[in-house]
Write a protein that binds this ligand. Structure first.
Ligand SMILES: *[C@@H]1O[C@H](CO)[C@@H](O)[C@H](O)[C@H]1NC(C)=O
Ligand SMILES: *[C@@H]1O[C@H](CO)[C@@H](O)[C@H](O)[C@H]1NC(C)=O
Ligand SMILES: *[C@@H]1O[C@H](CO)[C@@H](O)[C@H](O)[C@H]1NC(C)=O
Ligand SMILES: *[C@@H]1O[C@H](CO)[C@@H](O)[C@H](O)[C@H]1NC(C)=O
Length: 325
């Protein structure tokens, strides 16, 4: 990871097979003290993680697959089967991978942190009428897996079920990435031969440092998981594919956005009044959706999915994950 100007290049080998979706942030709350118990090293890593994440991001969902999925989604909506107003409940498994039982080793994620993370998930998806039910928490100590999460670990721990959210908590790429999902939900339908590999491909991976009440509670509020679960449910970044032209994120009510908010806003954002949206597509309506979970603004700014995103998630959860009222 020596090349800070483009860490993505340095990680290309590791990441080549991944669809990498990271949650960026512009905030660097240097004035806040580390939470007692976590220590300065963890705090510094959290700050470092989020202060140069700009170069790490990039959804690698294949455009052709998205077009195909979009067509299928629109035709399924025409059947009128989908309801966005009735609640659905999605079971969640947390798999905590640690190197050892110290905080630096990732093994000290507490049950209280998991509960707090579940609360953030519930609050964030409430407008989408999606409820989350904690099914199981597994804890595994394995230094190899901690340092490089992969198919073998997922095969051992994953549910393998389309309608169950498996969350793997670890470090990723030496702690330089906040989280990712590897496969767009339609991938298993596009290629049914890999359905048997779902266990090894599906799910969400996040760094333990991003959980609420962690080492940097002023900047990391548990929104990383919300963002990644947005991808798991079929959302793209609001700034996809990085241009004012084209289909964007396939959602009509998110303004066109040419690049992520954290590349544009400059400061250490720890309070909501500091969330000032820019306008990366000035010739098109709307300013950048700095309050959206699928942008990359500071976590304190992130508080909503739009009705269009909700409709898309509910449609995709129904179509590809069998999740419906
Ligand atoms: C625990 O794991 C972390 C991360 O790999 C490592 O930095 C630390 O030295 C380990 N501590 C012990 C006591 O093994
Ligand atoms: C929960 O995880 C444990 C440990 O891996 C496993 O033995 C158990 O079967 C799991 N329970 C459910 C309901 O998945
Ligand atoms: C830890 O990971 C290694 C390498 O993937 C694997 O061979 C081993 O079975 C794992 N150990 C446990 C206890 O899961
Ligand atoms: C964040 O704040 C610190 C101290 O207030 C300042 O030195 C630093 O330049 C700021 N960082 C950015 C990206 O604005």
């Amino acid at each position: 990871m020596a090349n800070n100007r483009n860490p993505m290049l340095a990680m290309r080998d590791f990441l080549s097979a991944l669809t990498l979706v990271t949650l960026g942030i512009s905030a660097v709350g240097v004035s806040a003290a580390p939470t007692s118990g976590f220590g300065q090293a963890s705090y510094s890593r959290a700050v470092g993680l989020f202060s140069h994440r700009g170069g790490l991001c990039g959804s690698r969902f294949q455009p052709a697959a998205l077009v195909k999925s979009e067509r299928r989604l629109r035709s399924s909506r025409r059947t009128g089967r989908q309801s966005n107003t009735e609640w659905v409940t999605i079971p969640v498994n947390f798999h905590i991978i640690s190197a050892n039982d110290t905080i630096q080793g990732g093994g000290a994620v507490t049950d209280e942190q998991i509960d707090a993370q579940m609360d953030v998930l519930r609050d964030s998806f409430a407008t989408a009428r999606i409820e989350w039910e904690l099914l199981n928490v597994t804890r595994t100590t394995n230094t190899t897996w901690f340092n490089s999460i992969g198919r073998e670990m997922k095969a051992a721990l994953g549910s393998g079920k389309a309608g169950v959210l498996d969350v793997y908590i670890s470090t990723i790429a030496g702690g330089q990435i906040a989280g990712y999902v590897r496969a767009f939900p339609s991938r298993f339908n596009d290629d049914p031969t890999i359905e048997s590999d779902r266990k090894m491909i599906d799910g969400v991976v996040i760094d333990w440092i991003t959980l609420p009440n962690g080492p940097a509670p002023d900047i990391l509020l548990g929104k990383t998981l919300v963002h990644e679960v947005g991808h798991w449910a079929g959302l793209l970044h609001t700034f996809a594919p990085g241009s004012c032209q084209g289909p964007g994120d396939y959602v009509d009510d998110t303004p066109a956005q040419a690049f992520a908010s954290h590349l544009e806003i400059s400061a250490n954002i720890t309070t909501a009044d500091q969330c000032v949206a820019r306008d990366s597509c000035p010739n098109l309506p709307g300013s950048d959706p700095i309050n959206n979970f699928m942008d990359y603004a500071a976590e304190v700014c992130q508080r909503e999915f739009t009705p269009g995103q909700i409709s898309r998630m509910r449609g995709i959860l129904d179509l590809y994950r069998g999740i419906r009222p």
